[in-house]
Design a binder for this molecule. Structure first.
Ligand SMILES: Nc1ncnc2c1ncn2[C@@H]1O[C@H](COP(=O)(O)OP(=O)(O)OP(=O)(O)O)[C@@H](O)[C@H]1O
Ligand SMILES: O=P(O)(O)OC[C@H]1O[C@H](OP(=O)(O)OP(=O)(O)O)[C@H](O)[C@@H]1O
Ligand SMILES: [Mg+2]
Length: 280
């Protein structure tokens, strides 16, 4: 059975569980459950703290896991990143009191608060800047106001937590992070390829919709440029010989723009349907 580590709490847990459910796996029903066997799919789920997942997978105790790229790098574990999972996107940045810092080297000799001391320590060592790291568990944006640090290094999504504390980002981007599937060192575990294909299917189903439309045949080339599909759009004859029906996958976020452009071009009966599941 493939042993899969899943975040039990925090910002990754809900979407990770949802993706696995959409991929056809039977996860836990009771949030107090820590280990759940899904015999039908020949996998076993281990619900663990997101920060610990890389440690378990890196040691080989578990085959694969869902965690954040930032947590993986912070752990220093030997687990490897297998696939991006397309959620929990963030950047990892330095921040200080508005207007105080403009360059990384200005941190030399100062105190930097973070929950990711492994990641930040490695980064600053590489950059040749020597600081005192203040390791905090969370809410690090308060550290400057409360006087325990001169700057912070933390996860930034919208930036609103920083702004509310009078902080602003400065210096280079430490990392672009998102949720990732990680694997134990060595040969891929049996069953891993199936898990990967299923998760990729879920990502496609979340990211794309199907668009169908009718079109005068002489406009095919122009319409196909608007909806190239993933491989190539399907074009079927209509009873009226001057027209064709076109079907293609398009990114969900551009649906309305594409519908406007198609209508403008001369397409009619433009229909959009969600994709329930996919294997490409
Ligand atoms: N606001 C956010 N936007 C996107 N990703 C985030 C956000 N906050 C945390 N993450 C990501 O979630 C992961 C951290 O998850 P974890 O559950 O440990 O922290 P948390 O959500 O902050 O929970 P906790 O309440 O324990 O601090 C990291 O990969 C991090 O990049
Ligand atoms: O840029 P923003 O959109 O404001 O999001 C970033 C914030 O979200 C997370 O905090 P979380 O709520 O997990 O609290 P924590 O700091 O205690 O982990 C993260 O640690 C940042 O503080
Ligand atoms: Mg947090």
């Amino acid at each position: 059975m493939l042993k899969i580590a899943v975040p039990n709490k925090g910002s990754l847990s809900e979407t990770a569980a949802q993706m696995l459910a959409e991929a056809g796996y039977n996860g836990r029903k009771d949030p107090k459950e820590l280990i759940v066997a899904d015999h039908a799919n020949d996998v076993e789920f281990f619900y663990l703290r997101p920060r610990d997942i890389a440690t378990y997978v890196g040691s080989g105790a578990l085959d694969v896991g869902v965690t954040g790229r930032d947590l993986l790098l912070d752990s220093g574990s030997e687990a490897g990143e297998i696939d991006e999972l397309g959620f929990a996107a963030s950047t990892f940045r330095f921040a200080g009191p508005a207007g105080r810092f403009s360059e990384l080297k200005e941190l030399e000799g100062l105190r930097v608060a973070t929950s990711y001391d492994g990641l930040v320590g490695d980064y600053l060592r590489e950059a040749g800047v020597s600081v005192t790291l203040v390791r905090l568990d969370g809410a690090v944006e308060s550290a400057v106001r409360l006087g325990v640090a001169d700057a912070v290094a933390d996860v930034v999504e919208t930036g609103s937590t920083l702004r509310k504390q009078g902080l602003e980002i400065f210096g280079p981007v430490i990392l672009q992070s998102q949720a990732v599937l990680i694997g134990a060192p060595g040969d891929p575990a049996p069953g891993l390829a199936t898990l990967q294909r299923r998760l990729q299917g879920v990502m496609v189903a979340r990211r794309y919709v199907l668009i169908d439309y009718d079109l005068p045949s002489h406009l095919i080339e122009k319409a196909v440029a608007l909806t190239p599909g993933v491989e190539s759009p399907t074009i079927s004859p209509l009873r009226d010989t001057g027209w064709v029906a076109v079907r293609a996958m398009v990114p969900k976020t551009s649906t309305n723009r594409i519908m406007d452009d198609l209508y403008e071009l001369g397409a009619r009966a433009i229909l959009v349907t969600p994709i329930h599941a996919a294997r490409l």
